[in-house]
Design a protein around this ligand. Structure first.
Ligand code: G4P
Length: 538
């Protein structure tokens, strides 16, 4: 490798941070994203993030959402600079547009920020997304939001997080209260107190008090004796009984550094961003299989990457598809030929683009950690590996268990072929998962489709009708607790027959059982030891 490229790669990797925010709806992800973008100088973006939120609140109707899609799609990844770092913030769609894409995006990230509402702590969606991060052993930061208003006792909140998610918490900042109101945070690493002063228009100002000790007289003056005493007690409790910061445990997702702040008033966001950039890992080596199996290092000269998301119909006039590629190693250059490992063909990645909220810009070059969108005519699939020369394969993107199931009923029996073609295409794009009621017969008269988010069903019906001419309706299936099952077939059939559960096969021929409710699932998990149950396709 030329010395030049080597040092360029090293610099690029060192300064790249690629992450995603995981949260339950309404915890403040849009607000925090907006504030982070503002620090990156992308001020003009703030409005577009807001208008997305407005769109979201205004409608749950997919047709209208489709009109807004130009906005939501192009912000799939937001790139911004801050103090010499190139930050890629991957969007994890929430609310109605929550789908398998939300999970898949996490596979393209190197770390995650778990955003919690200070009154609600861990909620359902947080738990689901956290499980994906945990499985990948990803470093996870925690940002406890909305501290401008009084929330759950922070010690209780963190002990709930630890018990619920089985992760150790290490607070880096700690909230300070005075007369029942939030007055600031103490930064345990910097040994500074940041005072919170509510400003106009949801803003806040920050006054920083550098202290040599928590017993400082100056601190007593601003906080008052009672608050100072409480802070001293809290911090000595954390020092003595809390988890010390352990770099290795953090990198493997077993310990989460915690920050307290308020995205809305912009308090605690910048200190968080600074520490995040220092602690968050740059793009990491990734394991690959195939002829050149082993480890791909981001600083390897060869370009490699993988497709983690495919977006159809970004522009209804052009019917184009965009495949999102996360670069794992080497330098990407516009116009370069790469090997499409699954088919063995050399392909040119067409019109590579980077996405900055509303704007798509042509990419001349991109580096490990970056995400580029390439135009695709239906050759690329989710999980596909791309490589300059070597036949390597990234471990792929798991298929996640859907939460909703429905039978697809074709309204015009003459359109059978169109329906099959449409479902095949939607499955390849990862927009739908199709299931069959037999392990051998994959042409069922009424295929069953699964979706992670409700909106996915609307999108399926709309696209089957408008792109394939197959007008369909859905018959919903009540059971929504699926598990892929591995074990002796007679055992699997017995568990499925019990209580008349559904036994289904996915497009790859792997069986799964649909459980009627969480209780039924738990019961089977506890009792059935001859069969292994998996949340992602084995
Ligand atoms: P989401 O993307 O995670 O769904 O959350 P979003 O940012 O849309 O925030 C959800 C609500 O929480 C919004 O209020 C937002 O203003 C509020 N919020 C976000 N961060 C903070 C914070 O630090 N403190 C407080 N007190 N509130 C916060 P809304 O009433 O739904 O919308 P809006 O009318 O304020 O726009």
């Amino acid at each position: 490798m030329s010395v030049d490229l080597e040092s360029q790669l090293q610099d690029a990797v060192k300064t790249r941070r690629t992450f995603a925010i995981i949260s339950h709806p309404d915890a403040g992800k849009t607000t925090l994203t907006e504030k982070l973008l503002l620090y990156g100088g992308a001020i003009h973006l703030a409005g577009s993030v807001k208008s997305r939120r407005a769109a979201r609140h205004a409608t749950s109707d997919w047709m209208k959402l489709e009109q807004e899609r130009g906005i939501s799609v192009t912000s799939s990844v937001m790139q911004f600079m801050y103090e010499g770092y190139h930050i890629n913030l991957l969007d994890t769609p929430g609310h109605e547009d929550f789908s398998e894409d939300t999970y898949r995006t996490l596979v393209a990230a190197d770390s995650a920020v778990m955003l919690l509402d200070n009154r609600k702590g861990v909620e359902d969606r947080t738990r689901q997304l956290f499980a994906v991060c945990k499985r990948r052993r990803m470093p996870i930061f925690t940002f406890v939001n909305k501290c401008d208003r009084v929330g759950e006792d922070p010690l209780k909140l963190l002990s709930d997080v630890e018990a619920d998610l089985e992760i150790a918490c290490h607070p880096i900042t700690w909230p300070i209260h005075k007369d029942g109101a939030f007055v600031g945070v103490y930064d345990r690493r910097q040994k500074q107190v940041h005072l919170f002063e509510r400003g106009e228009h949801h803003g806040a100002t920050r006054a920083t008090v550098a202290i040599s000790s928590l017993h400082d007289a100056e601190l007593r003056e601003v906080l008052g004796a009672e608050s100072q005493e409480k802070l001293i007690q809290d911090i000595s409790l954390l020092d003595a009984a809390g988890h010390p910061f352990d770099e290795q445990a953090f990198i493997t997702g077993e310990l989460s550094p915690v920050f307290f702040g308020s995205a809305l008033t912009n308090f605690g966001v910048e200190p968080f961003l600074r520490e995040f950039l220092e602690l968050a890992p740059p793009p990491a080596p990734r394991e690959v299989t195939g002829i050149a199996a082993g480890i791909v290092n981001p600083t390897d000269e060869q370009f490699t990457g993988f497709v983690f998301k495919i977006q159809a119909n970004m522009d209804p006039k052009h019917r184009d598809r965009v495949a999102f590629v996360r670069i794992a190693s080497g330098r990407f250059e516009a116009g370069m030929q790469v090997k499409h490992v699954r088919t063995g063909k050399m392909i040119r990645l067409a019109s590579p683009q980077q996405f900055m909220a509303r704007e798509r810009t042509a990419v001349e070059e991109a580096w490990p950690g970056d995400v580029i969108g390439v135009m695709d005519r239906g050759n690329l699939r989710i999980g596909d590996s791309l490589s300059e020369t070597n036949d390597i394969e990234f471990s792929g993107i798991p298929r996640f268990a859907p939460e909703h199931f429905a039978r697809i009923v074709l309204l015009d029996p003459m359109k059978r072929k169109q329906l099959d073609a449409g479902l095949r295409q939607l499955t390849e794009e990862g927009a739908a998962q199709v299931f069959f009621t037999s392990g051998t017969d994959t042409v069922s008269p009424t295929p069953i489709v699964g979706a992670v988010g409700e909106l996915q069903f609307d999108v399926m019906l709309h696209r089957l009708e408008h792109e394939y001419g197959a007008l369909c309706k859905l018959e919903r299936i009540a059971a929504r607790y699926p598990r892929w099952v591995v074990g002796p077939m007679r055992e699997i059939e017995r568990i499925a027959r019990d209580r008349g559960r559904m036994l289904l096969w996915d497009a790859k021929g792997s069986p799964l059982i649909l459980f009627e409710d969480a209780w039924g699932l738990r019961w089977a998990l506890e009792r059935e030891k001859d069969v292994a149950f998996h949340e992602v396709a084995p």
